[in-house]
Design a protein around this ligand. Structure first.
Ligand SMILES: *[C@@H]1O[C@H](CO)[C@@H](O)[C@H](O)[C@H]1NC(C)=O
Ligand SMILES: *[C@@H]1O[C@H](CO)[C@@H](O)[C@H](O)[C@H]1NC(C)=O
Ligand SMILES: *[C@@H]1O[C@H](CO)[C@@H](O)[C@H](O)[C@H]1NC(C)=O
Ligand SMILES: *[C@@H]1O[C@H](CO)[C@@H](O)[C@H](O)[C@H]1NC(C)=O
Ligand SMILES: *[C@@H]1O[C@H](CO)[C@@H](O)[C@H](O)[C@H]1NC(C)=O
Length: 308
């Protein structure tokens, strides 16, 4: 096993953020209001390439609407269409929960820990932290699994990852008054071409990793409910992806097992229209799938909203 020295990462976070926490009673008193989607004015998103729009931190602007991994706009943008709100998307390509925990040596990857504990306070301290008008989303796990695909015992690792995930949610709650969260499950990446070409043993292994990670995420949500008052929702992207992959015809998707090798030359490569593809490349879905995810997530939020 190749465990990094994870305590050096976890402990400082616990000490600086959790022990200095506001008394629980204060938080409890605040939490009287049910979730109301109509009141949400600001969205904060953290995660990886599935979420990023390449926010430029110097100007705090997005380079473009299509600056995503989807060949078009992504789920955050579609969600903002459905429910207009200000959105700050700090997600970063290739981000795991914590670089150190999964042996990510590249210093150029801004992991979710850095997004939440460093970039968020630094660049968004003046943005709204009203607990009832803000929504926080975290979609992470794909790179954690990729980077540890050949590790032997990942059960303990997943526990450690979830512990860090919890620390990050607590950080937002305690330091930034966050009370409303959507945590998103890892999609069935075992069905992406990146893993499909690796053969059955690896595919099965990745499928199990995804399953185990999502199961632990589900437990984390339950645990958060028991720890702190707040609205914690698990949005099951695994389920959404699986439904579309299993019934592509219902979504006008005709390609689920291949992708266009070069979208700059679709004709030369005999590619169909991009809207007919599930996968944009070997690991990322097309904007069409992002649109379906946003529609489904919007429906999910409406169901949980007290005013719908
Ligand atoms: C963004 O992507 C969509 C979908 O591929 C495309 O129709 C649109 O022209 C693109 N916009 C720009 C400005 O490139
Ligand atoms: C990071 O560095 C360690 C030690 O040199 C190495 O074992 C590991 O494979 C590297 N990880 C990646 C993702 O390159
Ligand atoms: C997956 O991990 C490997 C290292 O194990 C790395 O080389 C590769 O870039 C990663 N792929 C993605 C899509 O993050
Ligand atoms: C699929 O395409 C048909 C014909 O263009 C359209 O009527 C239908 O609404 C589409 N379905 C979805 C789910 O987009
Ligand atoms: C595209 O289809 C044509 C006709 O079927 C074929 O001759 C050609 O080799 C194909 N090109 C590629 C890149 O697959």
């Amino acid at each position: 096993m190749k465990f990094p020295h994870f305590w050096t990462i976890l402990l400082p976070l616990y000490c600086s953020n959790v022990i200095n926490a506001a008394p629980i009673e204060e938080i409890e008193e605040e939490h009287e209001k049910p979730f109301d989607l109509n009141r949400i004015e600001t969205l904060y998103s953290f995660g990886d390439s599935y979420t990023t729009q390449n926010l430029d931190l110097l100007s705090m602007t997005y380079a473009c609407a299509n600056c995503t991994s989807a060949g078009g706009r992504n789920w955050v943008e579609y969600l903002v269409d459905l429910h207009p709100m200000e959105y700050w998307n700090l997600a970063y390509n290739s981000a795991p929960i914590s670089n150190n925990l999964v042996g990510q040596n590249s210093t150029t990857v801004t992991d979710v820990t850095t997004q939440i504990t460093s970039l968020f306070p630094k660049y968004l301290s003046k943005a709204s932290h009203n607990p009832y008008t803000t929504l926080h989303t975290i979609w992470v796990g794909i790179n954690d699994i990729n980077l540890t695909a050949d590790w032997d015992n990942t059960d303990e690792l997943d526990e450690i990852l979830m512990e860090q995930y919890k620390v990050l949610v607590e950080y937002l709650m305690i330091k930034h008054n966050a009370r409303q969260f959507v945590l998103i499950s890892v999609p069935p990446i075992d069905r992406s071409l990146k893993w499909q070409i690796e053969g059955l043993i690896t595919i099965t292994k990745i499928k199990r990793r995804v399953h185990d990670f999502n199961k632990k995420l589900k437990s984390l949500i339950k645990h958060l409910h028991s720890l702190f008052p707040g609205h914690y929702y698990l949005y099951d992207a695994w389920d959404t992806f699986t439904t579309i992959l299993d019934h592509p015809e219902d979504y006008n998707i005709t390609h689920t097992t291949d992708y266009c090798p070069d979208w700059s030359f679709p004709v030369e490569n005999n590619c169909s229209s991009i809207e007919q593809y599930f996968w944009y490349n070997d690991l990322h879905p097309t904007y069409k799938i992002h649109e379906y995810v946003a529609q489904d997530l919007y429906k999910f939020l409406k169901i949980h909203s007290s005013n719908e």
